[in-house]
Design a binder for this molecule. Structure first.
Ligand code: ZN
Length: 168
């Protein structure tokens, strides 16, 4: 069975900057492999395209440009927000709201969005909501451990289910 739309793919992978010799960003091994429903829009399209047609036991190594990956960093994703927003019980925690710290906030739709504190000013905080890998060329290498058909339920939910079914 081949990797493609509506298949549940189990794999290991190592994500590095730039190429096969780049610094490791993330490593997923056989103990806790990556299991994902393909064709559900959860993955980078170029990531799915590079794996399409592979079978159990196949290995892979491919590069994604920043454009195929998380895009270029955008000025529009850097925002100056009122400091009040960061108050908890009327106070801003200086440990949490400090330059370089990552903070999970909510977008207009209430979805979680990760940002990084760029600077803390007297009445405002400058936050960078660019993806941490924006502007980076990426290299993925790994092994396909398993490919199976997704169930109708998985396809309708847009994600994989474990042995006990829907667990979210
Ligand atoms: Zn589900």
């Amino acid at each position: 069975m081949k990797v493609g739309k509506n298949k549940v793919v189990t794999m290991t992978y190592t994500l590095r900057y730039n190429d096969e010799n780049g610094e490791i960003i993330q490593q997923v091994d056989e103990k806790r492999p990556f299991v994902q429903l393909f064709g559900a829009g959860a993955l980078l399209p170029a990531f799915e395209q590079n794996l399409e047609g592979l079978e159990k036991g196949d290995t892979f190594s491919f590069q994604l440009s920043a454009q195929e990956g998380y895009g270029d960093p955008s000025e529009e994703a850097i925002l100056e927000l009122e400091k009040k927003i960061f108050e908890i019980d009327g106070k801003v925690d200086p440990e949490m709201v400090a330059e370089g710290k990552n903070i999970t906030m909510q977008d207009q739709n209430g979805n979680p969005i990760d940002g990084k504190v760029v600077a803390v000013k007297e009445n405002s905080v400058i936050m960078d909501f660019n993806h941490p890998l924006a502007g980076e060329n990426l290299n993925f290498s790994g092994t396909i451990l398993d490919v199976r058909d997704a169930t109708d339920e998985e396809i309708s939910h847009g994600h994989t289910h474990g042995p006990e079914g829907h667990q979210h």
